[in-house]
Design a protein. Structure first.
Length: 249
């Protein structure tokens, strides 16, 4: 019987799933599968949370929309795990705050500060460090290097509020070594680690495109990545993620 949100059956998803927040990006990712969108099978359209399954260079792979924010992502990830998915790679955008990060740079998360309510709910207030799988991180770094893509590796911060008004918001987290803000990775890393701790062969990672960067002079938004440039940058990110994903099994 199909699950509540992902109306799919066991076997509809490949062991590898890429996780964009945007349903349109999910469709664009499926267009990169072998045979393009025509060669893919749509496995979910419920709530416009598009999911597709196909192959990439002969390896079965899927893509599934998570929506925006950790609560939505948690529902999707929980149901994907119920359906037997083993590799989950978030592919999204972020606001870069680390020194030296430029627009369109890739950020590969080694860990995610759980500054979101969903992860805190799972943890019941316990201190915890949601961490990506090292092998997947290594694979993403190797793939980015092979593509000649500028990239940074380190901690991101998962947040609930996009337009945060706190005057020290970016500077405080930058001083702690955080590279970027985003909205889903902490719950992804927690749920994957929980599954792995139960004995499942589950691993997760995150790769992001810096679509905005913070500057001490201008703050946020003065150099937001234009749509055409963001499309080119995310295309590179997707290729990097797909290559790393198929090498991970």
């Amino acid at each position: 019987m199909p699950l509540i949100h992902l109306q799919a059956e066991p076997g509809d998803y490949a062991p590898i799933v890429l996780l964009p927040g945007d349903p349109n990006r999910a469709t664009r990712i499926a267009e990169r599968f072998d045979g393009g969108l025509q060669g893919s099978r749509q496995v979910n359209a419920n709530r416009l949370m598009y999911g597709y399954t196909g192959t990439f260079r002969g390896t079965p792979v899927s893509v599934q929309t998570t929506g925006m924010g950790a609560p939505s992502a948690a529902i999707v990830i929980e149901e994907l795990l119920m359906l037997g998915v083993r590799r989950l790679i978030r592919v999204g955008t972020c606001g870069g705050i680390g020194r030296g990060i430029q627009l369109s740079d890739l950020v590969i998360a080694s860990a995610a500060t759980p500054f979101d309510g969903a992860t805190r709910t799972y943890l019941h207030g316990d201190p915890y460090a949601p961490t990506a799988d090292f092998g997947l991180v290594r694979g993403l770094v190797d793939s980015a290097t092979a593509h000649g893509a500028r990239h940074h590796v380190g901690q991101v911060c998962t947040v609930d509020v996009f337009y945060n008004p706190d005057p020290d918001y970016a500077t405080k987290w930058r001083s702690r070594g955080v590279l970027a803000f985003e909205m889903e990775s902490s719950v992804l890393f927690y749920l994957a680690s929980r599954a792995a701790a139960s004995g499942a062969d589950v691993k997760a990672a995150t790769i992001l495109t810096a679509s905005d960067v913070y500057s001490e002079e201008g703050g946020w938004g003065e150099s937001f990545l234009p749509p055409d440039a963001q499309e080119r940058a995310t295309a590179t990110m997707i290729e990097v993620a797909l290559e790393a994903a198929i090498a991970s099994l």
